[in-house]
Design a protein around this ligand. Sequence first.
Ligand code: MN
Length: 285
Amino acid sequence: MQMFENRSSDVEGLPVRRALPLRKRRTVGAWCFADIMGPATVTDDFGLGVGPHPHTGLHTVTWLFDGEEIHNDSLGSEQAIRPGQLNLMTAGRGIAHSEDSQAYRGNLSGIQLWVAQPESTRFGDSAFLHVPEVPQVELDNGEASLLIGDWGSTSSPATLDSELFGAELNLLPGRHTIELNERYEYAVIPIDQALAINGEPIAANSIAVLEPGESSVDLEVRDRGRTMLLGGPPFGEQILMWWNFVARTPEEVIQAVDDWNEPQDDRYGEVSSRLARISAPQWEF
Ligand code: MN
């Protein structure tokens, strides 16, 4: 098991903790990006406002702990998302979207995750799925929301291109043994609770990465709270992430940037949004 500190960053002014990617670890399963948003308070003057921007070669998984935002994309989807609901967007060759909390006032927090698409589907069609209520799994001393994959006999309706697992654990104080798939590597990301993993305390604002081969993990929890558990078989493909693109080569990134900044065709499409379109930064060698 390895532990890494999250990096502080911001997304259009909203504070985030970036848990993935890590310099020494690009992927955990096919999970390639994890931003913990907030907590922040949305007011008349402040909120989440990410204008139209493109993605390629990835799925975005949006999951809120608190608050509400509206997703618009170039497929014409307009979808409010609230806690307990999941937004799953597939970029394939290209999609554009915006995220806006303008219609909401109050506390906002959540996690934005990206999943790298495998070679076989990463140039495929874009898609959007809203899951109005994800399955709940009862634990001995808590419960879990199953975002992606299977937990015992429970399956999430959100299916992806690779075998994958994602859950929010709501653990009460005490010791918990969570069964793992031995073929998977896992990330444990405490959101707002003190945690020991297999007896080792994890610092606040950190991520723990567990290698494949374990059939369970012990989580000891001091206070009630949330912890994210992400996993999957090792991804096995070298990805190149630049800005909002998941690619394999610099040439692909340069093309993706050009196609957004100076569109020659309809690769990403148009997004209906009050927010300004965000230009892609040029690839730096
Ligand atoms: Mn995005």
